[in-house]
Design a protein. Structure first.
Lengths: 247, 247
């Protein structure tokens, strides 16, 4: 019986994912036939990749709808409805941190950075820098929901700070920083964090679910950009100091 | 044999992800025991949901890595190396659109927006607006790569424009727009479109794969911010008109 609940509507999810992927597949095969003409072994791997993506995305969306969305909303609603609303702030910090640790895209990305920098930038340094940035920002964002601070007050200074820091950071770190922002807003974080803030904003009478509930993902995108660029500055500073000591 | 290649590093990935998910599960259970006390059926569904999310995300990432990454690179290298480089522009537009459509996080956000706005902002309208924005900016980025323009020329005015448009758009759309920027840089778009841009940049002399890659992510994050805020302006106009008719 409970098995049925888990896979309720799975056919529809699968169909939706297939429809979403279809244009991409058709365009790829048109390119293949007319221009690319890649060898068969290549095509075989691509087809396997497509099957994995199709089934992976369908399972993921199903899991999100039966598991993550209701859980995130429930946590947000319980905390937002309680007399101790400020609890949302440490809760946001903790959940921001653990969600980033659980985001597979972040892990893949940090392994790539370690490889590309030949071990100079360690995998765990990147993961923890991203997680620290995101947890601080989610805590800030919860403060925003609790006290009804407009999103602009966080976004505008945030983006301006990014543009300024960009000037002072090593271009390679700027690239890593933006990649980190992209990876931190992976499927897992988006689902859980948004569900939580929408849940909170829905229970709090004086807040609107749309106005106050959204905006978190944008901050989660901003957070690692800032924290990784700061890491870049720290590395540069350390190098300079190392040079001086060498002389 | 090819089966082995497809799942190369797969057990490793799965173990990593399980370890990663553990802290999130623990935090959730602490909340459950002390604060929330949800019914058993809910917890059961949640656990199943988490399992599906875990398996689904792992499969999805694996599929993107083996299938879409090489395909994107080949497409980029093919058109970048051909005498008709300008083909990269329409190809970028088309693939940008289709990749954003296939992004799971885009779907999740749109579902949440439709729910939170009680159907006022339709799911598909948001998905198509967002994808159109991504398509235009990927095409613009291809123009940038072909002519070798520095990324500052697009990124800095783009973000400043976003901060200006924010003043004129409906506030409800602003938060959603910035969130849309975060979700559009998901694993599908980043991996597939980025490998296409890198493929094209690598084959053209005097282009740096690192810098070009960064520029693309910054633009893909910017695109939906602008397109969704424009949608907000359209909605506001429409409403203003309706009000005028009513009065």
């Amino acid at each position: 019986m409970s098995e049925l609940v888990v896979f309720k509507g799975f056919g529809r999810v699968l169909l939706g994912v297939f429809q979403a992927l279809l244009p991409l597949l058709i365009s790829f095969f048109i390119f293949q036939i007319f221009y690319l003409k890649l060898p068969a072994s290549y095509i075989k791997n691509i087809i396997k990749g497509i099957i994995l993506v199709l089934s992976g995305a369908a399972l993921f969306l199903q899991g999100v709808q039966i598991g993550f969305l209701p859980a995130g909303q429930e946590i947000g609603a319980v905390l937002g409805g309680s007399p101790h609303r400020w609890l949302l702030i440490p809760a946001g910090f903790l959940l921001g941190f653990t969600t980033i640790m659980a985001e597979p895209t972040v892990r893949v990305h940090s392994i790539e950075v370690e490889k590309a920098s030949s071990g100079y930038i360690k995998k765990n340094v990147i993961i923890y820098t991203i997680a620290a940035g995101v947890s601080i920002i989610v805590a800030l964002a919860m403060t925003k929901v609790v006290y009804g601070i407009p999103l602009q007050y966080l976004i505008v200074p945030g983006y301006l700070l990014v543009l300024v820091l960009m000037k002072y950071t090593d271009p390679a770190f700027v690239a890593i920083a933006f990649d980190s922002g992209a990876m931190a807003t992976g499927p897992m974080t988006v689902t859980f964090v948004t569900a939580m803030s929408v849940g909170t904003a829905t229970v709090m009478e004086e807040r609107s679910a749309v106005l106050d509930g959204f905006g978190l993902v944008s901050l989660v995108f901003l957070a690692p950009i800032l924290s990784v660029m700061l890491l870049g500055l720290a590395y540069r500073w350390k190098e300079k100091k190392g040079d001086k000591n060498g002389e | 044999m090819t089966g082995l290649i497809v799942f190369e590093g797969f057990d490793h990935v799965l173990l990593d992800v399980t370890q990663a998910l553990l802290p999130l599960v623990i935090v959730f259970f602490i909340f459950q025991v002390f604060f929330m006390k949800l019914p058993g059926q809910f917890i059961k569904n949640l656990l199943k949901g988490m399992l599906l999310v875990l398996v689904g995300t792992t499969l999805f990432l694996q599929g993107v890595q083996i299938g879409f990454l090489p395909a994107g690179r080949e497409i980029g290298a093919f058109f970048g190396g051909s005498p008709y480089r300008f083909f990269l522009i329409p190809v970028g537009f088309f693939l940008g659109f289709t990749a954003a459509l296939a992004e799971p996080a885009v779907r999740v956000l749109s579902i949440e927006v439709e729910k939170a706005s009680s159907g006022y902002i339709r799911k598909n309208l948001l998905i198509y607006t967002l994808s159109l924005g991504v398509a235009i900016f990927v095409a613009l980025d291809m123009v940038r790569i072909i002519y070798g323009l520095p990324f500052h020329y697009l990124v800095v005015p783009g973000y400043l424009l976003a901060l200006v448009v924010m003043k004129f758009s409906d506030p409800a759309f602003t938060a959603i727009a910035f969130d849309a920027g975060g979700v559009s840089t998901g694993p599908m778009t980043v991996t597939f479109i980025l490998s296409m841009a890198v493929g094209a940049a690598t084959i053209m002399e005097g282009r740096s794969a690192v810098i070009d890659g960064f520029g693309l992510i910054a633009l893909v994050a910017l695109a939906p911010i602008l397109s969704v805020m424009l949608l907000g302006i359209v909605y506001r106009k429409k409403e203003g008109k309706d009000d005028g008719d009513g009065a």
